[in-house]
Design a protein around this ligand. Structure first.
Ligand SMILES: Nc1ncnc2c1ncn2[C@@H]1O[C@H](COP(=O)(O)OP(=O)(O)O)[C@@H](O)[C@H]1O
Ligand SMILES: O=C(CO)[C@H](O)[C@H](O)COP(=O)(O)O
Length: 540
């Protein structure tokens, strides 16, 4: 914990990813002082149905929050910010969980972002060709909220739809749980619910798709009070939530962000001076933040709206205030790599060898590839083996949920070399997917010179290197590896009033990837937090 006499202000950031909840304690200079994580449950009751529990997730938030503030003078904690995946949380009129499943299990009250149950519903929504669809890349994704709401209405009318009082995006559920305020973040509503920052809700859309009941009660179930990310909510942290989280009651709690957007905010304005990068001195619009976890999200901003077919947006002020956002994405990236590696016949051997060396399976695979590549560059090991990575459909730029994955070039052997090469081909396929997204964005008017990576996969040097090789662009990693958490803490700092806006709360210093790859993470035993002054956010 921090020493010295300097009075410090602290902010707590909580990041709810697909597989785990993380929290960080960050000071006013952007130094990450403590980190904790906790896995969360997922259920897949049938193919393409993915569910979670809001109670389970809140309990995990409480565990990690209490851990990161241990030993800290609580009076110095000034703000709390949340980010989370854009999963759909359903509560009844008394804010109790409602089942989103045929089994009637109300503990499972979240339809996860990657759930693809609402295929027929999204197809019908897209057939309307309603004008709001222009602002989601021309085609609504099955991962957004309108098709999921329609599915609940058509499939669970009595057990869920008729009893429901509140449908929240998960980031908004968390800020409600902390403050009792049901206001929604502009980020969630614009990106996943068809809300327009300029025009508000479009009644004709909801009526046309068969969800007119949401209009009738003036959108009270999905949000009729909307705040920009970082705005302070109500009277701050309620005494009950304060007890749960181990934080002082009354501290400022921010309107939240979706996780990819928090990551984007955490890296896109980073100071890159002195590394000779193409983006130095260039507008921030020449940067693409890529948040790579279970999925990858490609966040590019612009001063004017850019319509990119198959790429979500343009969304106004959804990530950086005053800028339009385009969000490309690959629904499964980390999850695909895990799936390919864990499903291979040589996985038990890999696990045993990695454990014996005290390495992660990915560190082991990366060094194994170095061993077998001989004189040629590692990328050439896959000349005969190719993967098409759309095992869970294509989010961008093809926007086709029916696509499936493919592997060509398989042989009868299934040893560790084969596993390593299949892993490499999967990573390369994902990087080619990023290249396809960048090409679509550039054809529509973006001009991208540099990639800024963060998220769990950015800790994998092979993943980072393949993105640089295959896109031909320099890749920058933040000095602070937990950039998504920094983004969440930025929200808390903004809500506390210590900074006037999210642009004034600063992003960490960045470094080109070859300098960043040996950085320790807060989970490493010899991790030492960086002493990074938050630099100025770079203007356009
Ligand atoms: N050190 C690492 N090396 C390689 N892959 C990693 C590492 N850490 C995390 N990952 C991969 O990143 C993915 C999860 O990233 P994370 O950002 O934690 O996801 P989420 O936010 O979706 O919960 C997993 O697929 C995991 O295998
Ligand atoms: O659609 C999203 C962002 O717009 C999801 O929240 C995201 O794809 C899931 O995030 P993660 O891979 O970090 O769990």
């Amino acid at each position: 914990m921090p020493g010295g006499n300097e009075p410090r202000s602290y902010y707590v950031g909580v990041d709810v990813g697909t597989g785990s909840v993380r929290a960080a304690l960050v000071d006013q200079r952007g130094t990450l002082l403590a980190f904790a994580d906790q896995p969360i449950n997922q259920w897949e009751p049938q193919f393409n149905h993915h569910e979670q529990s809001s109670e389970d997730i809140w309990a995990a938030c409480c565990v990690v929050s209490k851990k990161v503030v241990q030993g800290v003078n609580l009076h110095q904690i000034r703000g709390l910010g949340f980010d989370a995946t854009c999963s759909l949380v359903v509560l009844d009129k008394q804010f109790r969980p409602l089942p989103v499943n045929h089994e009637g299990d109300s503990h499972r009250n979240i339809i996860m972002w990657l759930d693809h149950r609402a295929v027929s519903q999204v197809h019908r929504i897209n057939e309307t060709k309603h004008s709001v669809l222009q602002y989601v890349g021309g085609v609504m994704s099955v991962e957004m909220q309108a098709p999921k709401l329609l599915w609940l209405k058509e499939n669970l009318r009595e057990t869920c739809w008729d009893k429901a009082g509140h449908f929240f995006d998960l980031p908004d559920f968390l800020s409600w749980k902390a403050t009792g305020v049901t206001a929604r973040s502009l980020c969630s509503l614009v990106c996943k619910w068809t809300y327009s920052a300029e025009k508000g809700w479009d009644d004709s859309f909801w009526k046309m798709v068969g969800l007119e009941d949401l209009v009738t009660d003036n959108y009270s179930k999905i949000g009729n009070q909307v705040l920009p990310p970082g705005a302070s909510l109500g009277s701050g942290l309620t005494p009950e939530a304060a007890k749960d989280l181990g934080l002082p009651p009354g501290i400022a709690v921010a309107a939240s962000l979706i996780d990819a957007h928090a990551g984007g905010l955490g890296v896109i304005g980073a100071d890159v001076k002195g590394h000779g990068l193409a983006c130095e001195g260039q507008p921030v619009t020449s940067r693409l933040a890529v948040i790579c976890g279970t999925s990858s999200c490609h966040m590019g901003i612009s001063k004017n709206p850019i319509f990119v077919p198959g790429v979500w947006g343009p969304y106004f002020s959804a990530m950086v205030p005053g800028f339009w956002l385009n969000e490309g994405g690959q629904s499964v990236t980390g999850k695909l790599i895990d799936h390919m590696v864990q499903g291979h016949a040589a996985f038990p051997e890999l696990q045993a060898k990695a454990t014996a060396r005290g390495q992660s399976v990915y560190a082991y695979l990366n060094s194994h590839l170095d061993l077998i590549k001989k004189a040629q560059p590692v990328g050439f090991l896959t000349v005969d083996l190719h993967v098409w990575p759309d095992f869970h459909g294509n989010r961008s730029p093809l926007a086709d949920l029916t696509l499936k994955g493919m592997v060509t070039g398989l042989k009868l052997s299934q040893d560790l070399d084969d596993l390593a090469i299949l892993y490499l081909a999967t990573v390369q396929a994902i990087a080619f997917g990023t290249r396809l997204i960048i090409e679509a964005m550039e054809s529509a008017g973006h001009s991208i010179s540099t990639l800024f990576l963060c998220g769990g996969l950015s800790k994998n040097p092979l993943f980072v290197q393949m993105h640089a090789d295959i896109t031909g662009l320099p890749v920058v990693l933040s000095q602070e590896v937990e950039s998504v958490l920094v983004g969440a803490a930025v929200l808390g700092a903004c809500a506390s009033g210590d900074f006037a806006s999210v642009q004034q709360v600063k992003q960490p210093v960045a470094s080109p990837s070859d300098e960043g790859k040996d950085k320790k993470t807060p989970k490493d035993p010899d991790y030492v937090p960086g002493e990074t002054e938050f630099p100025k956010f770079l203007g356009p």
